[in-house]
Design a protein around this ligand. Structure first.
Ligand code: HEC
Ligand code: HEC
Ligand code: HEC
Ligand code: HEC
Ligand code: HEC
Length: 341
């Protein structure tokens, strides 16, 4: 069983031994001068001196924002416990202060340094580090440490009392059950490296979300597919939804919506799944829309769009964000007829 605690224990066990070297020469990516001393591994900022490109990609990733994004801050401030920091900024202390370590979120040291030793999948011949090369580095189990966990029961201080049986985030289990031959990093690092693009990057979402519009006797049908072989669409937390909308340009008040999300309700410790319209790997769904609601007419123009909503918490004060995945216009008379099943 992959519990987050086992892998987190490894991550949290990361004591950062100080390496006695301060003035590290500045070298450009991949053409560092031969070094006589190992670069220090106790400061995330110091990695930037030599790994500029990696650093700036990481800066634009969600990992770098994990300890300080507005949605996280809002929730964390109401129960500032150690549990949250274990995944959102594992090198930081559990209090409300925005310490430098918390600002860094899931940083270079979180993933690469354990007990003062640099870990990676391989070691470059030119590397100044005494790298421990591990084939399993960056494998799905490492990601699972933070990307797979059940709803917790927390103490008033926000510390973990126990996990319940319902998954709060299920990405690794979905991946494992899919039998996908790819690894997480094959898809999440292949082009943009340490930017780890996901739901906030519309081009990434379009790799999974395939949508087709056709016309039938009563109105329209939207065929929705998760073209991804690896995990659900959407995956991740219960605080997000993909919302498709179809409207007629002439009659926007008749707009119709279709939500893809996973919802739970019930008391803490005994949550029950209420709704799950996420699509499993390769799965399809059909959304039928009666045409009259759109003011159906031969000349009308239709707009089909998808938005990714983040922070679907009903609390009106909770910060919300949305990203437009696509918006397409159609002239009604050009929309193809749906094939009969
Ligand atoms: C003085 C320059 C320098 C500093 C500072 C530095 N590195 Fe490196 N690092 C290199 C060079 C050179 C390589 C060889 C590969 C390359 O050229 O990118 C390398 C390789 C690596 C690798 C790949 C494994 C290996 O050994 O080939 C990782 C991971 C890595 N560094 C992480 C870090 C982290 C994390 C930090 C900050 C704690 C850091 N580095 C600081 C120069 C540096
Ligand atoms: C979420 C975990 C994670 C974080 C955060 C992270 N890395 Fe990595 N890093 C990886 C993985 C996974 C690989 C790929 C292993 C492979 O395929 O060789 C990797 C590879 C590398 C490499 C070698 C290959 C390359 O892309 O150049 C370097 C150098 C490196 N990381 C430096 C850094 C630095 C510097 C930071 C902080 C700015 C950082 N990493 C943050 C997980 C992480
Ligand atoms: C130490 C915990 C930790 C580890 C290890 C980790 N992640 Fe993350 N990851 C997070 C957190 C926390 C976020 C959410 C950041 C935010 O949005 O506030 C995140 C966000 C992401 C996102 C963006 C999700 C989105 O909303 O678009 C992707 C993709 C991702 N991680 C992939 C990976 C992969 C692949 C690995 C393994 C190589 C990995 N992560 C390892 C904690 C971790
Ligand atoms: C075959 C490619 C592929 C593999 C393998 C893969 N992902 Fe993804 N992942 C994507 C795509 C494409 C998206 C954007 C669509 C989406 O949101 O599901 C995504 C989205 C995500 C998100 C954002 C969650 C969401 O849907 O809102 C997270 C987190 C994530 N992946 C983590 C992982 C982890 C962890 C693994 C391995 C256990 C993994 N992914 C394996 C392609 C992949
Ligand atoms: C076991 C790891 C883990 C723990 C513990 C954890 N999270 Fe997360 N959290 C994640 C990952 C991974 C993501 C990114 C995937 C997603 O958002 O779908 C995330 C996403 C989030 C987001 C959404 C970020 C966004 O804007 O998209 C919020 C808010 C959040 N977490 C708050 C918290 C709070 C508050 C706590 C403590 C009560 C906490 N988390 C504990 C792993 C964790």
């Amino acid at each position: 069983m992959y519990t987050s605690s086992s892998i987190l224990a490894v991550l949290l066990g990361t004591t950062l031994a100080l390496v006695a070297s301060c003035d590290v020469p500045i070298a450009s990516e991949a053409q560092a001068k031969p070094l006589t001393r190992e670069p220090r591994l106790d400061s995330n900022a110091s990695c930037k001196e030599c790994h500029k490109a990696v650093f700036s990609r990481w800066r634009s990733s969600r990992h770098s924002k994990a300890g300080r994004n507005p949605a996280f801050d809002f929730e964390y401030n109401s129960h500032p416990g150690k549990w949250c920091m274990g995944c959102h900024a594992p090198r930081s202390t559990a209090d409300l202060k925005l310490t430098p370590a918390r600002r860094q979120g899931v940083d270079c040291l979180t993933c690469h340094v354990q007990d003062g030793i640099l870990h990676s999948r391989s070691r470059a011949p030119s590397s100044p580090h005494k790298t421990k090369a591990r084939e399993d580095f960056g494998g799905p189990e490492m990601c699972a440490g933070c990307h797979q966990f059940n709803f917790p029961v927390l103490s008033p201080k926000g510390d973990l009392v126990r996990y319940t049986k319902q998954p709060m985030q299920n990405t690794f289990a979905e991946f494992r059950d899919s039998g996908s031959g790819a690894e997480c990093i094959d898809c999440h690092m292949q082009r943009d490296g340490h930017r780890f693009p996901g739901a906030y990057v519309s081009e990434k979402v379009l790799e999974a979300l395939k949508v087709d519009l056709c016309r039938d006797a009563t109105g329209y049908q939207v065929a929705i597919e998760n073209a991804l072989s690896a995990h659900n669409l959407p995956s991740g937390g219960v605080n997000r939804a993909i919302v498709l909308s179809l409207e007629s340009e002439e009659n926007p008040s008749g707009r119709r919506h279709y939500r893809m999300e996973r919802l739970y309700d019930g008391p803490v410790g005994a949550r029950k799944k209420r709704k799950d319209t996420t699509l499993q790997p390769g799965a399809k769904a059909t959304w039928k829309i009666a045409g009259t609601l759109l003011g159906l007419g031969k000349q009308e123009r239709l707009i089909l769009a998808a938005q990714f909503y983040f922070g679907t918490d009903p609390n009106p004060k909770a910060p919300k964000a949305k990203v437009q995945v696509f918006k397409r216009g159609y002239a009604a008379q050009d929309i193809e007829r749906c094939e009969l099943p």
